[in-house]
Design a protein around this ligand. Structure first.
Ligand code: ADP
Ligand code: MG
Length: 700
């Protein structure tokens, strides 16, 4: 249970003064329903009101604070038209006119009585020879000068939550901050000159210098470290817990794997061998495996997955491979089957493909095969893990491209698998910092090298203005027997307009290249039609595949050597890298042409440059992290993974590493968090609502 000391933080905001039902709803949507949520609603910038220059030194649009004497003015009871009221005010060395557009006369007169002295703060603009201030942010009598905050934090607010109302509730929330036991190593805190948690929490809302708002400010670093430490600790506890859960010893005799390896037209790379060994070792342990396999595009993950699954089948158990899209599931099933046929294993290892398309009798039959254990390998979309799907004896669940599933689905899968070992595969390498944050509960294997004989992909950029000459060149290249992809971009949010664009491109290409040479693939086609189109392209009947990003993940046609990406500036780096990974999969030299429509923004230009410079997915992932936020790199925005409240990557990447080390040490010395510091760390976990993980501590 959450300790009492945290209770003030987790009280409902309804208990605050001035929070009625209407305002409650607005606040809850803006920040959250508890006091702690208000406290975590941090300022995003500052208004600096410290300047009190003499008028000749004022810069246009500068924000200043000034002491003025209010002059005589006429505020009509009823204003005609939209003319503003202008109030002349005398400054030490000149005139400042205050301008009000919609303000009632009595209100104005009580705020600005002629002849009085007032402190005003706001933006100064030039009007002819004079300065004017339109709707000053502050107008107070001299005795209340302290109300004008010289460094005013700016909060993201919404309609109905004015700055004044926000300050009113925030002020109350700030009084709820308890003094908490220090959970950090005192020497570490001292070394960084960090304040204690309570001081930091208060100071983050009262920035004392302009730099205090930056992620590197000590106050923010302290809070970010707390947050990262809590998440690392929670992940480590989850992981220990999973490890302790009974898994199963899976150790096949190798006969199926040997037969498959003999039939492959290539040898496994060193990397593939190492990774396989890691997986096999995990599977042979009585604990449950939780492993993430990250491999750059084309590094050969599929065969690793198949060999791991055969290990399970050798023991008379089942394995499942789950893909994020139906197209990818079909393709996986097809390529597994191809490899099994080559090895003469198609009857020994039956593969069942289960997708949302399966209905009626056929589906029932497949379900029976899974439930009775005739199917050794199941391939499918998340349909595989619906309630009616029962496995006879699932020993290994391989999840491909898993971050597209979202964390919730991942957890459900892991539950469904019960004791099954879990292997997540991702083709988007994740920077180390991110891997730690989001997959800290897993062991990580990486496939960095590509199979021998692969040629680097020659990547170039060109303006779309050169479309005609590019098409002419493509025609020659196709005539010489090569195969190419032409990728049409996402036009807008709307799928219909995307569709229109790709169909339009296809039609115009039919005239230029001739229909026989072309194939079309997009997300709105029926699965079977798209399969047929892909098959024509694979067989070489069609030489140019016009497609949307549906081919982004996993499509494997080794003799396709050219990819043209239209409006490449609209894609993210990771996506471009995935798309480019469709070529360079065989031994032929390949090329990638990125067509851009100008003018290019800075980020787009940087992305295209990175693409030209490197083929290394791991480097691209690092660059991608620099160019955009971590949420986008992982695609978490869609999958709803909670973003951190203070910590940001890459600004706090080093803190994350430190937190990771810290956690190792903590759990080594005090695995049950029983010491004095351990108790404080429990409070930290509760503070960040890792209640579930604390419960793991009690369970042996
Ligand atoms: P990805 O990691 O992108 O999923 P795949 O598993 O689809 O990569 O493999 C890409 C291509 O490389 C496939 O055509 C596969 O048959 C081939 N391949 C896999 N391993 C090797 C290897 N060791 N040597 C040569 N080719 C390989
Ligand atoms: Mg793959």
């Amino acid at each position: 249970m959450r300790p009492d000391i945290l209770a003030p933080l987790f009280t409902d905001i309804a208990t605050l003064r001035g929070v009625g039902p209407q305002f409650y709803k607005l606040l809850a949507r803006l920040a959250g329903e508890r006091v702690v949520d208000l406290l975590w609603h941090l300022p995003v910038s500052l208004v600096d009101r410290r300047a009190m220059p003499s008028l000749p030194e004022v810069a246009e649009n500068q924000i200043v604070t000034a002491r003025v004497q209010v002059g005589e003015y006429h505020a009509p009871e009823r204003r005609r038209g939209r003319a503003p009221i202008r109030i002349p005010c005398l400054h030490e060395d000149g005139l400042i006119e205050l301008v009000y557009f919609h303000m009632k006369a009595p209100q104005l007169q009580s705020m600005l009585p002629p002849g009085s002295t007032r402190i005003i703060s706001g933006r100064l603009e030039k009007r002819g020879p004079h300065w004017q201030m339109v709707h000053p942010d502050y107008v107070v009598p001299p005795e209340r000068e302290s109300e004008v905050r010289r460094l005013e934090p700016v909060y993201p607010l919404t309609q109905g939550v004015s700055l004044r109302k926000w300050h009113n509730v925030l002020k109350q929330a700030l009084t709820h901050i308890p003094t908490l036991p220090e959970w950090l190593e005192p020497t570490y805190v001292k070394q960084h000159q960090w304040p204690d948690w309570k001081t930091a929490m208060d100071a983050v809302h009262h920035p004392a210098q302009p730099q205090a708002i930056l992620p590197e400010a000590p106050v923010r670093m302290r809070l970010a470290y707390d947050e990262l430490l809590a998440s690392q600790l929670a992940l480590a506890l989850t992981r220990d817990r999973v490890k302790k859960q009974a898994g199963q010893v899976i150790q096949g005799d190798g006969r199926l794997r040997q037969q498959l390896l003999k039939s492959l037209p290539f040898h496994l790379t060193k990397g593939q061998q190492t990774v396989l060994q890691e997986i096999e070792t995990d599977m042979a342990m009585p604990e449950k495996m939780m492993r993430l396999l990250q491999g750059d595009v084309g590094s050969g993950k599929t065969v690793v997955a198949l060999l791991s699954m055969l290990n399970a089948v050798e023991c008379g158990r089942q394995a499942a491979l789950m893909a994020p899209t139906e197209m990818l599931a079909r393709q996986h099933a097809a390529s597994l089957q191809r490899m099994l046929i080559q090895a003469g294993l198609q009857d020994t290892v039956p593969v069942v493909l289960l997708t949302g398309q399966d209905k009626g009798k056929e589906r029932a039959l497949k379900l029976t095969q899974l439930a009775e254990g005739q199917a050794g390998i199941a391939v499918g979309t998340h349909a595989l893990f619906q309630d009616e799907v029962v496995f006879h004896d699932l020993a290994l669940a391989v999840i491909d491209e898993q971050h597209r599933f979202g964390v919730k689905q991942r957890l459900r899968l892991i539950e469904k698998g019960r004791q099954a070992d879990i292997l997540l595969m991702t083709a988007t390498p994740i920077p180390r910092t991110l891997a730690l944050t989001f997959y800290g509960d897993m062991d990580i294997s990486s496939l960095r090298e590509k199979p021998a004989g692969r040629q680097p992909i020659d990547t170039r950029t060109a303006s779309l203005e050169r479309l005609d000459s590019i098409i002419a060149r493509l025609k020659e290249v196709l005539a010489s027997g090569q195969k190419a992809y032409w990728i049409c971009p996402l036009v807008e949010e709307s799928e219909t307009s995307d569709l229109a664009a790709v169909e339009e491109r296809f039609r115009s290409f039919c005239q230029i290249f001739g229909k026989e040479q072309l194939a079309l693939a997009h997300g709105k086609m029926k699965g079977s039609e798209r399969d047929a189109a892909m098959q024509r392209f694979r067989d070489g009947e069609a030489r140019l595949l016009v497609a949307t990003t549906v081919i982004e993940v996993g499509v494997d046609v080794p003799d396709a050597t050219i990819i043209v990406i239209e409006h490449a500036e609209r894609f993210g780096l990771a996506q471009l890298h995935q798309l480019r990974g469709r070529v360079g999969r065989g031994n032929q030299p390949s090329s990638c042409l990125l067509l851009y429509g100008g003018p290019l923004g800075e980020t787009a230009r940087a992305r295209l440059r990175v693409m030209r410079e490197t083929n290394d997915g791991f480097r691209i992932a690092e660059e991608d992290l620099k160019l955009r936020g971590s949420g986008e790199v992982l695609g978490t925005r869609q999958s709803g993974l909670p973003e951190f409240r203070v910590a940001t990557l890459p600004a706090h990447g080093e803190l994350l590493m430190a937190a990771c080390d810290d956690v190792k040490l903590i759990l080594h010395r005090d695995p049950e968090l029983k010491t004095h510091r351990g108790q404080a760390l429990r409070v930290l976990l509760y503070l960040f609502e890792y209640d579930r993980q604390i419960r793991y501590l009690g369970v042996g």
